[in-house]
Design a protein around this ligand. Structure first.
Ligand code: NDP
Length: 298
């Protein structure tokens, strides 16, 4: 049987580390603060924002939640982001994606102070990741995947890692992390996407597969070699008649058929999902750590 890599357990560990650092900040009279901005009433986004706010409060972080109507204009949103940039009680800013169609998300991201961009989407932080500059912010989901590999003792150095998906949120930063020098890196990385020819011939060469496709149970046993490590980023709702909610969550990997071939695999739920929010807390503390000395020198 494969090792089941529990994101729930590793996330608890990350949060315990955060708690210790928050206590140290508080002893110095500093409370790290995160502002989350939500525009519109998309139920999934609302649920994410609620759980981020709750996690902040549980940890003792200063948490500010701005829930704005769908009619919010680009100018109003930019004004709010600028206000948060200037607020010394706020160290991290996150604008929940996706915003309504009339909002230019790229401009909003560029308006966030890169020093407070805990999502790691600002061009400065994208560049810092490519440059392997440790002061930058890395998107939370791929950072969580890397932490899972490190904690599970999976050797990435020299391994062939295949990333399925090339989004700015998961695939691209994941590939950059895996090819960077150091722990959880030094891999030989192949990035695949919807235009990749004969995907299986590539994934079957992989020692490590990161699946970030957005298609329920897409990766089958035939795509995976014996002894591979599989990290399933996917979160997909599929109908489940007879259950209380009428749906269930599945990953991008057909777990039941893939798991028996694997050396280690993450489940869905309970894999990458809990890591994303834990790494958001970690990024907020990093922002605070980097901003506070800057303020005291000003
Ligand atoms: P996107 O839709 O932005 O990207 C999906 C990627 O998969 C694209 O690069 C696309 O290729 C590629 N793809 C689609 N079909 C195929 C195919 N047939 N063969 C190979 N590649 C394919 O999704 P995200 O990156 O935002 O998210 C991916 C998954 O991860 C989703 O299930 C999402 O719910 C989940 N997710 C989970 C998070 C968590 O906290 N656990 C956080 C973020 C996302 P192309 O570029 O050519 O279109």
């Amino acid at each position: 049987m494969p090792t089941l890599i529990s994101g729930t357990a590793v996330a608890e560990k990350v949060l315990a580390e955060c708690k210790a650092e928050i206590a140290a900040f508080k002893a110095r009279g500093i409370t790290p603060g995160l502002a989350v901005v939500l525009i519109g009433d998309d139920p999934a986004s609302r649920a994410y924002v609620r759980s981020k706010d709750k996690k902040c409060k549980d940890l003792g972080l200063h948490s500010v939640k701005h829930e704005l109507p769908t009619t919010t204009t680009q100018a109003e949103l930019i004004a709010l982001v600028k206000q948060l940039n200037a607020d010394p009680a706020i160290h991290g800013i996150l604008v929940q994606s996706p915003p309504p169609k009339h909002i230019d998300e790229a401009e909003i991201v560029r308006t966030i102070d890169p020093a407070k961009d805990v999502d790691g989407f600002h061009p400065v932080n994208v560049a810092k990741l490519a440059l392997e500059d440790p002061t930058g912010f890395v998107p939370c989901t791929p950072l969580g995947c890397q932490r899972l590999l490190i904690d599970a003792g999976i050797e990435t150095a020299g391994a062939h890692a295949v990333v399925i998906g090339r989004s700015m949120i998961v695939g691209k930063p994941m590939a950059l992390l895996l090819m960077a020098k150091g722990p959880g890196g030094d891999a030989t990385v192949t990035v695949t996407h919807s235009r990749t020819r004969d995907l299986g011939s590539i994934t079957r060469q992989a020692d490590i597969i990161i699946a970030a496709i957005g298609r329920p149970e897409f990766l089958k046993a035939e795509h995976v070699k014996e002894g591979a490590v599989v990290i399933d980023v996917g979160i997909n709702r599929v109908e489940a008649p007879g259950t209380e909610k009428g749906y269930k969550l599945v990953g991008d990997v057909a777990f039941d058929e893939v798991a028996p071939k694997c050396r280690a695999i993450t489940p869905v739920p309970g894999g990458v999902g809990p890591m994303t929010i834990a790494l958001l807390m970690q990024n907020t503390l990093k922002a605070c750590r980097q901003i506070v000395p800057r303020l005291s020198q000003a």
